[in-house]
Design a protein around this ligand. Structure first.
Ligand code: ZN
Length: 334
C-alpha cells in the first residue's frame, strides 16, 4: 500500500486503509476458496501425496484479531474464569488436507456470537468434501470437541472414516478404555523418529447410546521422548484393524497436531494471521484465505518442488531489477 516500490512499478496513485477495506469487503470469497481447492486437487494429481496410503482432513479452531472493545457483530466476548468479559476476538475453524509429510490449509469458516466451533466445523466439513469431490480424502481427524454422535454420523454420511480424540466428555467409553488397558502390556511397540511408542488397541468397545456404530475401536498411546518426557492420549476410530493397523492410526492421530503446528502456529508467527485490518466478515475471510493459499503454495514449492509456471525465463539481470524494486528504501522526507 505504501511501498515506495509502487512508483518503480508505475503505480502512481497512492491509496489508504479505506480503499483496502472497501476492496476486501467486496472481493468474492468463493473465487478464493475455489482457487485453494484447485491447487490442492492439482497437487494430488501431480502426486504430491504419493507414498501416503491415506489422506485425511484435519479440523481445528482458533481465535484471531483480539481487541479491547467490540468492533463488529462478529466480535465474540472473551471471558475469564469468573465469566467476566476481558476483551473481544474472532473465532474460526480451519481445515487442512493432511498426509504423512504434507499439510495443506484448504479452507476456513468464521463463526460469530450464537454460533459454535462445532457447527462451524460441520459446515466446513460438508463444503470441503463437496468441493474436493468424493474419495479425495479417506478420513477426518478431530479433537475431543468434535467427538459427538452427530458429528461422527455427519462425517460417515460424507463417506469419511473418523479418527477422534477420546476425552472425559464421553465418560463411559473413556473410563471403559482406561480400565481395559490398565496393567496390561502394550499390543505393539515401535520407533517414531527418535521416540519410542507403546500402543494399546482394541476394537470391541460398546458405543455410547447415541452412536449408531456396532462397536468402537479405541487406541491409547504412550510416546516416550529422548529427554524422558511422555505424551499420551486416547483416541477412537471406525477404521477396522484390518483396514489400518495400530501404527497407521497412531500416525493419523498425530496429523491432528500438524494443523496446529503447521497451520495456526506458522500462520500466526510468520504470516501475521492474528492481526485484523478491518472488522468485516468478508474482509477477514479474504485475508485469512490469502494466508492459507500462501502457506499451501509455499509448502508445495519447498517440500514438493512445485514446477514453475509458463511465464518466460527471466535473465538474471531482470530478476535482480525486480528484487531491487521490491526492496526499495523509503525516500527520506524529513
Ligand atoms: Zn470484530
Amino acid at each position: 500500500m505504501r511501498s515506495p516500490a509502487r512508483q518503480g512499478m508505475a503505480v502512481r496513485r497512492s491509496f489508504g486503509d479505506d480503499a483496502l477495506s472497501y476492496l476486501t469487503e467486496r472481493l468474492d470469497v468463493k473465487r478464493l476458496r475455489d482457487t485453494l481447492t484447485a491447487v490442492v486437487r492439482q497437487a494430488k494429481r501431480n502426486k504430491a501425496f504419493d507414498g501416503d496410503r491415506w489422506i485425511g482432513l484435519a479440523l481445528d479452531g482458533t481465535g484471531a484479531g483480539g481487541c479491547q472493545e467490540k468492533k463488529c457483530r462478529w466480535c465474540r466476548p472473551i471471558r475469564n474464569k469468573k465469566k467476566e468479559i476481558v476483551g473481544y476476538g474472532h473465532k474460526l475453524v480451519m481445515v487442512s488436507v493432511v498426509g504423512k509429510e504434507l499439510t495443506l490449509p484448504l479452507d476456513m469458516e468464521l463463526y460469530g456470537p450464537g454460533d459454535s466451533e462445532y457447527s462451524g466445523g460441520q459446515r466446513l466439513l460438508r463444503r470441503s468434501v463437496k468441493s474436493l469431490g468424493p474419495r479425495f480424502v479417506d478420513h477426518v481427524v478431530v479433537d475431543g470437541g468434535f467427538a459427538t454422535a452427530p458429528f461422527v454420523h455427519a462425517a460417515g454420511d460424507l463417506g469419511l472414516k473418523v479418527v477422534a480424540r477420546l476425552k472425559a466428555n464421553l465418560p463411559e467409553l473413556y473410563e471403559a478404555a482406561q480400565r481395559r488397558f490398565a496393567g496390561r502390556p502394550p499390543d505393539q511397540t515401535f520407533r517414531y523418529g527418535s521416540d519410542r511408542v507403546e500402543i494399546w488397541d482394541a476394537d470391541d468397545f460398546d458405543p455410547w447410546d447415541k452412536l449408531r456404530w456396532q462397536t468402537v475401536r479405541v487406541f491409547y498411546y504412550r510416546q516416550h521422548k529422548p529427554d524422558g518426557k511422555t505424551v499420551e492420549a486416547y483416541w477412537f476410530t471406525d477404521y477396522s484393524r484390518k483396514q489400518a493397523g495400530s501404527r497407521a492410526v497412531f500416525e493419523m492421530a498425530k496429523s491432528r497436531w500438524q494443523i496446529e503446528n503447521e497451520g495456526f502456529n506458522d500462520a500466526k508467527n510468520r504470516y501475521g494471521f492474528e492481526h485484523i485490518c478491518h472488522h468485516h466478515p468478508n474482509s477477514m475471510l479474504i485475508n485469512w484465505l490469502i494466508t492459507a493459499l500462501t502457506l499451501t503454495l509455499e509448502r508445495l514449492y519447498r517440500i514438493r518442488h512445485l514446477h514453475r509456471g509458463k511465464h518466460p525465463v527471466l535473465e538474471p539481470m531482470e530478476l535482480l531489477r525486480l528484487l531491487r524494486l521490491s526492496l526499495l528504501e523509503p525516500a527520506d522526507t524529513s
